[in-house]
Design a protein around this ligand. Structure first.
Ligand SMILES: Cc1ncc(COP(=O)(O)O)c(C=O)c1O
Length: 349
């Protein structure tokens, strides 16, 4: 048993200080220790609780966000849930703008936490009805609205620089060799990479990128170009935002959705861990990285949110078939052999 937990005054005090869990099955297969930072333990069920708390507390400290004001944010969902937890804890109202193609699991949680929700069509960023522009316009329409702006507001990465990174360093006794992370706003990979590389400049940072995201191409040749699409939510982006710009990335790997089925089912069966889709990408990339490095490394990645939030997509056979994916998982020995041969997927940044 781990040490006893904390007693909190309000829910937002429970954010952070998450545990780390070794993925025993994959660690045995690759000869390195792959650890998951269990971000689903945050009260809102995702890593975005950390960003939400820092965005809000920094704004209060700067005097931008005052009692009686409403927090406004555009989000794929998890930041909305995190902000809903933080807003209620600290006495603010919240208005969330969200694309209407995200899993109903997340929409329900935002509403259950008492936030107002405005659903908009999922359109490209250049379209003015994109959730980001809609949130900005709404926030500008009233003096008592405050826009969190998780993409450009670097309080987001500060949450990880100040808290998540130090937790990882402490939990691994400074032995972390490789950090693997997906990126949505880039807050996670930026804050953690900056902190951990200050502690150990030899630490490797790997970006895991899904199909449909331009980040891999951007790191390769400076242009946001993407191919295909992904069922993952909250990650992958087609423009340079301030939080991602702060990240210190050494390697990037792009992996297709089909691999997330193999990895999630293997870990589900052997370790009893139900990964959300972005977490499955993290774990696939961590396994990939491990196979291309000497054995005995300590690799840390994130369980970004609750696996339940991917129930209607990653764990829904009909949905997978509709997307043209094979719901039958590839044999792990086959996946491992394929990854070992596929070194050309690694982009050295
Ligand atoms: C499920 C999930 N995973 C990963 C991320 C990426 O985190 P970040 O915005 O810190 O890059 C998000 C962001 O919203 C998310 O919702």
């Amino acid at each position: 048993m781990s040490q006893s937990g904390k007693i909190a005054d309000r829910q937002s005090d429970l954010i952070g200080q998450t545990d780390m869990l070794k993925i025993r099955s994959l660690s045995a297969l690759c000869g390195s220790d792959i650890y998951l930072k269990c971000e689903f333990q945050n009260p809102g069920g995702s890593i975005k609780d950390r960003a939400a708390l820092q965005l809000v507390t920094d704004a209060i400290e700067r005097g931008e966000l005052k009692p009686g004001m409403t927090i406004v944010e555009g989000t794929a969902g998890n930041t909305g849930i995190g902000l809903a937890v933080v807003a209620k804890s600290l006495g603010f109202d919240l208005l969330v703008v969200m694309p209407n193609d995200q899993t109903p699991e997340k929409t329900r949680m935002i509403e259950m936490h008492g936030a107002r929700l405005k659903a908009v069509p999922p359109v490209p960023f250049k379209d003015e009805s994109h959730f980001y522009h809609t949130a900005r316009r709404l926030a500008e329409s009233r003096d008592d609205y405050w826009w969190a702006n998780q993409f450009e507001n670097t309080s987001n990465m500060r949450a990880h620089y100040l808290h998540t990174g130090p937790e990882i360093w402490q939990q691994t006794d400074g032995k972390v060799d490789i950090l693997v992370s997906v990126s949505g706003t880039g807050g996670t990979i930026a804050g953690n990479s900056r902190y951990l590389k200050e502690k150990n400049p030899n630490l490797e940072v790997w970006l895991a990128d899904p199909d449909g995201s331009g980040s891999y191409a951007y790191l390769r040749d400076g242009q946001f170009v993407s191919q295909g699409s992904s069922m993952t939510e909250g990650i992958g982006i087609m423009r340079l935002v301030e939080n991602f710009a702060q990240a210190q990335i050494d390697y990037a790997v792009n992996l297709p959705d089909q691999d997330l089925i193999a990895i999630s089912r293997y870990v589900q069966t052997h370790d009893g861990i139900v990964l959300g889709s972005s977490s499955a990408l993290n774990v696939a990339a961590a396994f990939f990285a491990a196979l291309h490095r000497p054995k005995g490394k300590t690799i840390v990645t994130f369980a970004c949110d609750l696996g339940e939030r991917s129930a209607s997509k990653l764990y829904n056979v009909n949905y997978l078939r509709e997307r043209g994916l094979n719901p039958e998982p590839e044999d792990i020995a086959h996946l491992k052999a394929r990854y070992l041969q596929d070194g050309s997927r690694i982009l050295k940044v």
